[in-house]
Design a protein around this ligand. Structure first.
Ligand code: SF4
Length: 757
């Protein structure tokens, strides 16, 4: 479970000189974000990339973290790299697959049975390749990372969008797709588009009912769900240093809801306290030595407008508690305006369930503040009028708050403690509802509240608030209750007003845990067998893709000409398909089923040129594959936008599609196609999209001279015997052309690794 202190020391030893070089290269003071990015350049030379303002730059992250759902394909791919161990410290966390139904013990036990084959695979593959494995029940990835691994000045990637949570401990932490995680574990650089910089200056101090959560709820209201796109938010100012480390984590966590690449705070005394309190004295000592480098330069914070693309200022002394929602996290309501908004908008006033905890808000401070509210209620003869659940973020937090009596307080109030897992936050919630068609309201201290996110029910109005406000509203059983001004009335008709919550940042007796749920990997994993049943329908060991045959590709059948938007969701749908994410053959049955066929304006209905009949896209493609016939997919603008799901590139490759030709690509998807050994091409003249006909057989000419910057030629053989010849562009560099020739990037890595043995 140990963090890698040698790696951290090495980074810290070089940190100052890298920053000095970066300052010299740019000729200006640096934000914290820039310092950490410079310190992690793959080539280590600050005069390159960023100094020249290049878009995409290669970095060397220090760590990788994976949650159990996304880890499956990342690790199945990693197994193909031929390495004996991961190149950087990595961990797997079993948190997403546990369904909340009756309570922690029963739910966890059921999940272990239902997901046994996935857990067995993840445990064994982790054991073999030097990856730390956090068992089901050990906790939610981001809370565990904050407690165990995050460190100031570092850089990590994680296969989950809320990886950004770790920014609360001063690390640049970014959510990525499984293919990126696989690359970094295999020892390759990781590419990131240089972010915009948004500075958030916090002044004043939180007090009373206002919590860290309210800062990000306010920021979400200001920036909206799109306002952080392509940006890193850097928080600074007296208000920032006054916040607990875990409070900073809450703020960074929900930065994902405004689309931010990540968010970060500079190293300060609160982070030092948290590191020491969670058993990482050496990290705190090391950070203290280079503390000046682990925050932005003073000039930056004195004149932030000169150094950030945008600056926001929030006075914490004036900040009200907020409740955001429903259906979107940026609909921000100060609590003084919320009751009216509920009435005006006709949202259901009765609060049916209050849910606290999750990776976003389950620190010791959060739990103690919420418990101080709960205790006042029980002391005055109240029980929660709404259902109430508590999701601890880790076994360490759960054990400690149980030891200190807080879980008991919640249970007396009528609360149910759920497993240390995502549960309702990711829709793993068997909610007890009498009528799913009834409009209803819930409040959570989670982060996302899009329609159907928590219980799959579009009639559920989900709101987001701090744990203490959620607890107060659950006690009242009403959305319109304002604990700052309103009185509660108990069953005897007695009136009572809740006092302001009181929290404790760090447990006075220290954190404790009996079994944290961690499995160390084997020192020598060579004899460890990776457990995958050949009959499993959830997991399948990958076979390496075949190398290019060395000739031009002729007679490719048009599989589909997609019209309009075609995101990775259209290419590889989520929902029920996610259970097959570790089984490439099975999940390939969703390939392109959401794409609109240009020729008949229908989804999942394309012509099989071998039979002339129409069928589903995967079925037609499987027919081509069985007949040994290659195919081509044609698309519109920004093809492959959306989440960086590697399945959207792997499925066509697996089923025998040879090329994807579009008007333009979303860049990440284009790179994913290249990594899988596919041809990703764009029309040199976008009007040529109109020349592609439904019965075309297409030849790709020029592959034997495939060279960076040189166009390829496509011959469109139409069914009526006529021919069109068009030119297409590509963005392959020398290395990516080698990926194509080898059949996939991983085939090259394996070859290189084997030749160096
Ligand atoms: S608790 Fe929610 S936000 Fe956190 S990792 Fe799990 S699903 Fe994601």
């Amino acid at each position: 479970m140990a963090f890698d202190i040698d790696m951290i020391k090495k980074l810290y030893n070089n940190f100052g000189s890298r920053i000095a070089a970066a300052r010299q290269a740019t000729g200006k003071p640096l934000t914290l974000t820039e310092k950490i990015l410079y310190a992690h350049l793959w080539q280590g030379d600050a005069t390159t990339a960023y100094a020249r303002g290049e878009d995409y730059v290669e970095f060397a992250p220090d760590r990788v973290a994976m949650q159990d759902a996304t880890a499956q394909m990342a690790l199945l791919q990693f197994m193909q790299a031929g390495r004996t161990k991961v190149a950087v410290p990595s961990t797997v966390h079993c948190d997403h697959l546990i369904q909340a139904e009756v309570g922690a013990v029963a739910d966890l036990s059921k999940a272990k049975t239902q997901n046994k084959e996935v857990y067995d695979f993840l445990a064994s593959v982790s054991n073999k390749y030097g990856i730390g494995f956090w068992k089901p029940g050990a906790g939610i990835i981001h809370q565990v990372v904050l407690e165990q691994y995050a460190f100031p000045g570092g850089m990590m990637i994680g296969t989950d969008s809320h990886t950004v949570n770790a920014g609360g401990l001063g690390i640049i932490a970014i959510g990525v797709g499984g293919a990126d995680a696989c690359d970094v574990m295999a020892g390759l650089p990781w590419e990131l588009k240089f972010p915009k910089l948004i500075g958030v200056k916090l002044t004043g101090k939180l007090s009373g009912w206002t919590a860290s959560k309210d800062i990000i709820l306010k920021v979400a209201g200001i920036l909206t769900v799109k306002g952080g796109t392509g940006a890193i938010l850097e928080y600074f100012g007296d208000g920032a240093t006054s916040l607990s480390c875990t409070g900073k984590g809450t703020i960074c966590n929900m930065g994902a809801e405004i689309g931010a690449t990540t968010s970060i705070f500079g190293y300060d005394a609160k982070m030092g306290e948290y590191l020491r309190g969670t058993g990482r004295v050496e990290v705190a000592d090391g950070a203290d030595v280079i503390a000046e480098h682990l925050t932005g330069d003073p000039e930056v914070y004195i004149n932030p407008e000169q150094y950030f693309d945008q600056v926001i200022e929030i006075n914490l002394s004036e900040l009200e508690p907020h409740i955001n929602g429903p259906f979107t996290p940026d609909l921000a309501w100060p609590i003084s305006k919320f009751a009216e908004a509920v009435k005006v908008n006709g949202w259901p006033e009765t609060l049916e369930v209050g849910l606290i905890g999750s990776c976003t808000n389950s620190s010791y401070e959060d739990i103690t503040r919420a418990a101080s509210v709960a205790k006042q209620a029980t002391d005055n003869g109240f029980k929660a009028r709404a259902e109430f659940t508590i999701t601890p973020g880790s076994e360490q937090v759960r054990y400690t708050v149980e030891r200190d009596g807080y879980l008991d307080t919640f249970e007396k109030m009528g609360g149910v403690v759920l497993a240390n897992a995502c549960g309702p936050c990711i829709g793993q919630w068997a909610r007890h509802s009498t009528d799913p068609n009834r409009k209803n309201s819930i409040v959570t201290s989670y982060n996302r509240n899009f329609s159907k996110r928590n219980d799959g029910n579009p009639n559920t109005h989900a709101f987001v608030a701090s744990p203490e406000i959620t607890t107060a509203l659950a006690i009242a059983g009403s959305l319109t209750f304002n604990p700052l001004t309103d009185y509660l009335t108990n069953d005897k008709g007695e009136k009572f007003k809740l006092e302001e919550p009181l929290g404790i940042e760090m447990p006075q007796k220290g954190f404790a845990v009996e079994d944290a749920g961690f499995q160390s990997p084997a020192e020598d994993g060579s004899k460890v067998e990776v457990l995958v049943s050949p009959t499993s329908d959830r997991l399948q060991i990958l076979e390496p893709f075949k190398a290019w045959e060395g000739t031009d590709l002729k007679g490719l059948k048009l599989l589909i000409k997609a019209k309009g938007k075609c995101t990775t969701d259209h290419i590889s749908m989520a929902g029920p398909w996610l259970k097959f994410r570790g089984h490439l053959d099975n999940i390939s049955n969703n390939m392109l089923i959401g794409a609109l066929n240009f020729f008949n304006e229908k989804t999942d209905t394309v012509k099989n040129q071998l039979t002339g009949e129409y069928g589903s896209v995967p079925a037609v493609q499987r027919a081509y594959k069985a007949a040994g016939v290659g195919s081509i997919v044609v698309g519109d603008e920004n093809y492959g936008e959306g989440s960086s799901r590697e399945h959207a590139a792997m499925e066509p490759r697996f089923l025998g599609v040879r090329a994807v030709l579009v008007k333009s690509f979303a860049r990440i998807h284009e790179t994913n196609l290249k990594k899988q050994g596919m041809l990703g091409l764009t029309f040199a003249d976008k009007e040529d999209y109109n020349k592609i006909l439904e019965d075309d057989s297409i030849d790709i000419i020029g592959l034997t001279g495939f060279t960076p910057g040189k166009q390829l030629q496509l011959v469109l053989n139409h069914a009526d015997g006529t021919i069109d010849t068009i030119y297409v562009n590509h963005t392959y560099n020398e290395q990516q052309i080698e990926w194509f020739k080898a059949g996939a990037a991983l085939n090259i890595i394996r070859r290189e690794f084997e030749s160096n043995k």
